[in-house]
Design a protein around this ligand. Structure first.
Ligand code: NI
Length: 139
């Protein structure tokens, strides 16, 4: 951990009240912890805006188990991006629906592209991409 630096900041009192609410609702022990997280959230967002940055992400999708050929298509897409796909988990939600979580690492642009490809397959009902960081730029 690098050396701690102290800052002070000025806020409108109404905004200060909101800050205190956010700190409390978030379960933070102090404002510094909350502000550190805010800064890191912004840094991760910037990593994802930089298409060349290496990031991690997880696609969570739910799809129709009975859609013809869909399972094979989803597998083929992952094989086409084997360098980016780290792991995947398949869950049989019920008789008709499957869920799959796919953990990925690579350039932001290619992970976005991969998520789009998966989402666009006929029979995929929903696919979200959660944006993560390798952590190298966060400390
Ligand atoms: Ni299934």
């Amino acid at each position: 951990m690098s050396e701690l630096a102290r800052i002070s900041l000025s806020l409108e009192s109404s905004l200060m009240v909101r800050l205190e609410q956010l700190v409390e609702e978030g379960g933070y022990t102090n404002r510094s912890e909350f502000i550190r997280d805010l800064i890191r959230e912004r840094l991760v967002a910037r990593e994802w805006e930089d298409e060349k940055a290496e990031v991690i992400g997880v696609v969570t999708m739910v799809y129709d188990h009975h859609a013809p050929g869909l399972g094979d298509r989803l597998t083929d897409i992952q094989h086409d991006h084997h360098d980016a796909v780290l792991a995947s988990t398949h869950v049989h939600l019920d008789h008709d629906h499957c869920a799959e979580m796919i953990m990925m690492k690579g350039r932001a642009k290619s992970l976005n592209h991969l998520a789009d490809q998966l989402r666009q397959q006929r029979g995929v009902l929903h696919a979200s991409l959660s944006l993560g960081s390798t952590g190298t730029q966060l400390s």
